[in-house]
Design a protein around this ligand. Structure first.
Ligand SMILES: Cc1cc2nc3c(=O)[nH]c(=O)nc-3n(C[C@H](O)[C@H](O)[C@H](O)COP(=O)(O)OP(=O)(O)OC[C@H]3O[C@@H](n4cnc5c(N)ncnc54)[C@H](O)[C@@H]3O)c2cc1C
Length: 382
């Protein structure tokens, strides 16, 4: 299956990403997942192969393209690389760089964006705090102005690529309470007062690293602020729309992989003297998986196209719908995939066991299922 919007350019991206994933990820992905660590050189390899730059302006070191190309690239990397943790670790540029691409100065873009896309530097996005992630407008990490620096005090948690990142695009409170007092600043590794306080152990996405970050009087130049002071909330919300569609796309890719694995297994596995596929109940399970997968893919693709048309006030709500539909579908498909694999489906050596754990993140990350429903309710007008 592919997205309806795909053209020759998307096919070319699929070919590039397939080749990269088969050469650089698939041979090592399972080991990296078990080790909860990937080879950091992978970032430079992805930059060299042109994979890291897909969806970014050529003027900033990217390959050009838009969100539709990002969805397709990510899907091919997941299906061919067979390691979701690796892909989401590699993919944190997708949430950390867009505010700089859209609202940064040319100097900031040259300092932060281009080195990630061309040289394999690593970026992360720091929004969530130990005291709460859903209530972004309530964040408390404080940035106090001292001459041409901000002095930053607080903490961030659950930050993907947090231990590896060369810099973190960080949401801080520069003004009063609520959404009007938030700015985004880029905090670089090695800045005095900035430390990784903990690498976190988690249910899935093992090859990606997830960290708690600490800021203790950390001095960051004002020139590292993205856009005007206290103006970051709309930037963060805009970023969320693309992130939620990208997460929906990851769900589609994970489910596609789990579905394909299940078809193969059902053909090979013999039960009561005949292939598991010979049982009508198995074929119906697969048919339900295929149907839900097709529905989530259609919605995700349609909302992506609408988002790319621009100026559509319904897109934030639609992206939330696509994320919820895709996350539910992915949880269902991965659960059925484990069931079709029987006892092997529960074993760490089996890919669908890992996909089942990976799938659990999606109703939480990038805005929870409940927060998506809040957004949907608001855009539906009740
Ligand atoms: C593996 C992983 C990677 C992540 N990567 C990043 C990252 O790179 N950068 C980053 O900034 N964050 C990241 N996150 C954080 C993620 O975005 C948050 O976990 C998420 O937004 C939820 O915030 P929370 O965990 O604080 O939950 P809370 O906000 O405390 O919510 C707890 C529960 O309350 C519910 N709830 C909250 N408010 C409401 C409401 N108004 N109505 C109904 N129910 C509500 C939630 O839906 C949830 O079920 C990551 C998380 C994980 C697990």
């Amino acid at each position: 299956m592919s997205y309806l919007f795909e053209g020759e350019d998307h096919q070319a991206i699929r070919a590039t990403c397939r080749k990269f994933a088969q050469a650089h990820i698939a041979p090592h992905g399972a080991d990296w997942e078990e080790a909860e660590e990937l080879l950091v050189e992978l970032y430079a390899a992805a930059a060299k192969a042109g994979v890291a730059g897909i969806g970014y302006p050529e003027a900033q070191g990217g390959q050009g393209g838009d969100l539709s190309h990002v969805l397709v690239a990510c899907e091919e990397l997941i299906i061919s690389g067979r390691s979701v943790g690796t892909i989401v670790g590699l993919g944190t540029h997708g949430i950390a760089l867009p505010p700089i691409v859209r609202f940064g100065t040319p100097e900031q873009q040259a300092r932060f964006v281009t080195p990630c896309l061309r040289d394999g530097k690593i970026s992360a996005l720091g929004i969530t705090e130990p005291g709460g992630g859903s209530d972004v407008a309530g964040l408390t990490t404080k940035a106090e102005r001292d001459g041409d620096h901000y002095v930053i005090t607080g903490a961030k948690t659950f930050i993907t690529s947090g231990t590896r990142a060369d810099f973190v695009t960080t949401a801080v409170r520069t003004g009063g309470p609520g959404h009007g007092g938030i700015s985004l600043v880029v905090i670089e590794k090695g800045t005095p007062g900035f430390s990784v306080s903990k690498k976190l152990k988690k249910t899935g996405w093992w090859a990606s690293d997830t960290a708690e970050l600490h800021f203790d009087g950390c001095r960051v130049p004002v020139s590292n602020r993205i856009g005007p002071e206290n103006s970051a909330f709309p930037m963060i919300m805009m970023n969320f729309v693309a992130e939620r569609l990208a997460l929906a796309g990851q769900c589609v890719a994970i489910a596609e992989l789990a579905y394909r694995e299940s078809i193969n297994y059902a053909r090979e596995r013999k039960v009561f003297g005949k292939p598991l596929m010979g049982m009508q109940v198995t074929r119906h399970k697969l048919a339900d998986m295929a149907s839900q997968l097709a529905a989530a893919r259609s919605l995700t693709g349609e909302v992506c196209v609408r988002a790319l048309r621009g100026n559509d006030p319904a897109v934030a709500g639609l992206a939330a719908k696509a994320k919820n539909v895709a996350t539910d579908m992915c949880s269902f498909v991965c659960d059925q995939a484990v069931q079709i694999h029987g006892g092997y489906g529960y074993m760490r050596e089996t890919l669908v066991e890992r996909l089942y754990r990976d799938a659990r993140l999606y109703p939480i990350g990038g805005g929870t299922r409940e927060i998506m429903n809040e957004l949907i309710a608001k855009t539906e007008g009740y």
